[in-house]
Design a protein around this ligand. Structure first.
Ligand SMILES: *Cc1c(COP(=O)(O)O)cnc(C)c1O
Length: 404
């Protein structure tokens, strides 16, 4: 295959929404028309300079972009002389990268004339981001959240309510994120004429994986410009945590054609890689269909979705974006898993060396870096995606430390 064609394939999807064998649309017929409508609205918006200007203005004025690319000097020193830069998505409004996507999709909802916006949420970060933009644009907002998660993440439930959103606890299945996704899709089928479904990661049926990637790629576009300015060269390695995969794809995409830049996604290894004890979908999953797309899935022999476990609620999901499955298959990116324990080590390391308390999700990436740092050549240049801040996790950590 010529390099050129190879590149084009790498930055899919094709017309049917496939990244190689992954992706597509596997939804009830009533949603096919809605997905087509969404796709054409998205493509029109992308071509419209006024839309791009408006999006850019909200990202700057409301969300706080561009975020710094921060050279973590003491962390680098502690890790033995590699050079680590942190892309500081933790400094954004509402505390994580989720707001990039929520603003983009809310603008699209307004443009499409929808007055009601719905979302699924696990840890509550995407729910909070969606409730925030809904308040800003004056849209009615309903957020589906597993009942179990409403208990674990009570603070985010209060935040969403303060912002004027209705939080609907989901009591089916394991009462967690995958069940909230099912419920949001069900609501969308019923109310598709008036309702916009704001999906929170690069998962779900086409065009969501494409659309969310495009809204999150601002992370990598900025980082690429910033590292060239600071170091005069591209990084050797990009590292980011992977739940559904949106912050990782957002960082990776603008570097995909730079073949020398290695890309590593870090998944949640939970309490170890036995079935039901982790959420490492790329490391341990097999091909299957979940929430409207073909990707890798954590499932048993009969195709039943397995339970997942992670100390980081934002990584606790049995599926993953189809583009990551494709990157893994083509070898363009590599995926690893680390345990809760390693993530906690990363959490403490960053807090104490840099005075930055990370969210537990990117703490997985830091923990992984700590594990491999000794084996890396000195002066190795690394960009690590710091997807969110740790305020939301303080209670979880306190409980974990009590038990330990
Ligand atoms: C939601 C979340 C994640 C996981 O989602 P991705 O789509 O994989 O990025 C990671 N970090 C933080 C801080 C989150 O809130």
């Amino acid at each position: 295959m010529s390099p050129r064609r190879n590149f084009r394939q790498l930055i899919g999807p094709d017309r049917t929404g496939h990244f190689g064998p992954f992706g597509g649309k596997f939804v009830p017929e009533t949603l096919m028309a809605a997905l087509d409508e969404l796709e054409s609205a998205f493509h029109q918006a992308q071509r419209d300079a006024a839309f791009r200007r408006e999006l850019d203005s909200y990202l700057r004025q409301y969300a706080g972009r561009p975020t710094p690319l921060y050279f973590a000097k003491r962390l680098s020193k502690t890790l033995g002389g590699i050079r680590v830069y942190l892309k500081r998505e933790d400094l954004l409004h509402t505390g994580a990268h989720k707001i990039n996507n929520a603003i983009g999709q809310a603008l699209l909802a307004v443009r499409m004339g929808k007055r009601r916006i719905i979302a699924e949420t696990g840890a509550g970060q995407h729910g909070v981001a969606t409730a925030t933009v809904a308040a800003h644009f004056g849209l009615q907002c309903d957020v589906f959240m597993g009942e179990e998660d409403t208990r674990r993440q009570a603070l985010n439930v209060v935040r969403m309510r303060l912002l004027g959103a209705r939080v609907i606890p989901v009591t089916s299945g394991t009462k967690t994120l995958k069940d909230a996704c099912n419920e949001a899709l069900r609501d969308w089928v019923t109310n598709v004429r008036t309702t916009y479904y704001c999906l929170g990661s690069v998962v779900g049926p086409h065009p969501y994986p494409l659309m969310v990637r495009e809204f999150q790629s601002v992370i990598g576009r900025e980082a690429r410009r910033q590292i060239l300015q600071r170091e005069g060269r591209l990084p050797d390695e990009l590292i980011a945590c992977v739940g559904g995969g949106s912050n990782a794809i957002g960082l990776f995409t603008p570097f995909v054609k730079d073949r020398r830049v290695r890309m590593i996604g870090v998944e949640a290894g939970g309490r170890g890689l036995r079935p039901g004890e982790h959420a490492a979908t790329l490391v341990k999953g097999s091909p299957g269909i979940l929430h409207g797309a073909r990707s890798l899935v954590l499932q048993d022999r009969h195709g039943q979705i397995l339970e997942t476990r992670s100390i980081a609620a934002g990584l606790d999901y049995p599926g993953v974006g189809p583009e990551h499955a494709f990157y893994q298959r083509t070898g363009r990116a590599r995926y690893v898993a680390v345990t809760d324990r390693t993530a906690l080590d990363g959490f403490h390391l960053l807090s104490r060396t840099e005075g930055i308390i990370p969210a537990l999700e990117p703490a997985h990436a830091i923990g992984y870096l700590q594990q491999i740092a000794k084996r890396l050549p000195k002066r190795q240049l690394i960009i690590l995606g710091l997807s969110g801040r740790g305020d939301k996790d303080v209670e979880t950590i306190a409980r974990y430390l009590e038990k330990a």
